[in-house]
Design a binder for this molecule. Structure first.
Ligand SMILES: *Cc1c(COP(=O)(O)O)cnc(C)c1O
Length: 413
């Protein structure tokens, strides 16, 4: 049986990344791992073939370069699976993410797409890691970058634009983004000092509306025209959605059609390249977490993972996640009953209302596999209250639910 590796919270960016990749033939099923190891710590189940297939589907469908947004899940095995699926560009937002990607893939294209950076981080990215592309949304940041990179040969500057409002689970425009008026001035200044100039935006995460990308592209083209600047890259950001139990997003192909159509109609120069920065869409289906029930009180199950662990989106943001019972030694009924979950910490905010549909006779000792946790799951774990341990294993299962546009790709065991 496969050995389980330990994972503490907070450390995924600090680990040594050497280590043997597991041979696909050796990957077990989740049920086999639970039966053999009976884990009483959360068990993170990585599906490298699912991750690689999602990357392959996105890279094949997107009419430009695909940058993986590393913050979503920086686990080295996840990054390797995406690389195997054809991802060669990485959207990094911190020195630790840049170091990690460089260590794993010396030949990768690394882009520093955080609009507010420490001066030392800009300097080190440029000098030590060969990073050439930087995003910004203010004149101050633009001048900081120019000052820190010295002669600026090969510099790429990306103006982050606030896009029009869209139907999303997370609006990301409250923190970053220049108004169209401000972006005009930033583009002109960028063109004067940089070899490569782009516009980037983020329509918001889990964006359910393909037309949101078209509106943002049209605005970007207007801003470029108003500035009189020929841009080299239009970066449509992330936000591509996946399925959750009460949410089936439009097919990936519809997003691609909107983007390609709006780009063709935008009047941007023929040489302008498209980029995307997907996070969630590439990695959410590729990881599940197996938790154990420690106590039942009516319709509430007390489990060993929670909002300070890998389930933060199930807390206040109230995402619903697919769940299934694993009970190796006894029969179980159909999943007909709605349960709430409580995490292991003493904080009363450590609750996940779901509902999670599970068999009526759920009891202490049962395991629950919770799916779609590859994005913003393990990456958000903390050591709060000392519940910082988890195990990790590579498995060959399919995701718990399929997302339109990714399901057609056969996953080989
Ligand atoms: C978080 C982030 C992404 C990824 O967003 P998803 O909604 O997960 O696709 C892409 N680009 C930037 C700049 C981000 O901050």
């Amino acid at each position: 049986m496969t050995e389980l590796r330990h994972r503490s919270a907070v450390s995924p960016l600090r680990r040594a990344v050497a280590g043997r990749a597991v041979r696909p033939a050796a990957r077990p099923l989740v049920d086999e791992v639970v039966r053999a190891h009976r884990p009483d710590e959360p068990l993170h189940c990585l599906r490298p073939t699912v991750l690689a297939a999602a990357a392959e589907a996105f890279v094949a469908a997107f009419p430009g370069d695909v940058l993986y947004a590393v913050k979503c899940n920086p686990e080295p095995a996840v990054l390797r699976a995406l690389w195997a699926g054809g991802v060669r560009h990485f959207d990094c937002a911190s020195p630790a993410e840049i170091r990690l990607v460089r260590q794993l893939f010396p030949d990768a294209s690394v882009h520093y797409m955080h609009p507010v950076k420490a001066r030392s981080a800009v300097r080190s990215a440029w000098r030590d890691h060969g990073v050439r592309d930087f995003s910004l949304d203010s004149a101050e940041e633009l001048e900081r970058i120019v000052a820190e990179v010295g002669d600026a040969q090969g510099l790429g500057l990306f103006v982050r634009l606030t896009p029009p409002k869209a139907e999303t689970m997370y609006d990301l425009s409250g923190k970053f983004g220049a108004t169209p008026e401000a972006a005009v001035g930033l583009l002109r200044r960028a063109r004067a000092v940089a070899d490569r100039v782009g516009i980037c935006f983020h329509v918001g995460s889990q964006c359910m509306e393909p037309a949101a990308y078209a509106r943002a592209i049209a605005l970007a083209a207007e801003v470029a025209a108003a500035a009189g600047v020929a841009i080299d890259v239009l970066d449509v950001g992330g936000g591509f959605p996946v399925s959750y139990p009460d949410v089936t997003p439009p097919a990936l192909a519809l997003y691609m059609r909107e983007i390609a159509g709006a780009f063709a109609a935008s009047g941007l120069p023929a040489g302008c390249r498209l980029w995307a920065e997907p996070g969630r869409a590439l990695v959410a289906p590729g990881v599940s977490v197996v938790v154990q029930v420690q106590h039942r009180r009516d319709d509430a199950l007390f489990i060993n993972d929670g909002v300070y662990g890998s389930l933060s989106d199930a807390g206040a943001p109230r995402f619903r996640f697919p769940a299934r019972l694993i009970r190796p030694d006894a029969a179980a009924g159909p999943p007909t009953t709605a349960f709430r979950l409580f995490g292991p910490t003493c904080d009363s905010a450590d609750r996940m209302d779901g509902p999670f549909l599970l068999p009526a006779d759920m009891r202490e000792g049962d395991w629950i596999e919770i799916g779609q946790l590859g994005a913003y799951g393990a990456a958000l774990r903390t050591a709060f209250n000392g519940f910082d341990q988890a195990r990790i294993v590579e498995v060959r299962d399919r995701p718990l639910i399929e997302t339109p546009g990714y399901g057609a790709i056969a996953v080989a065991a």
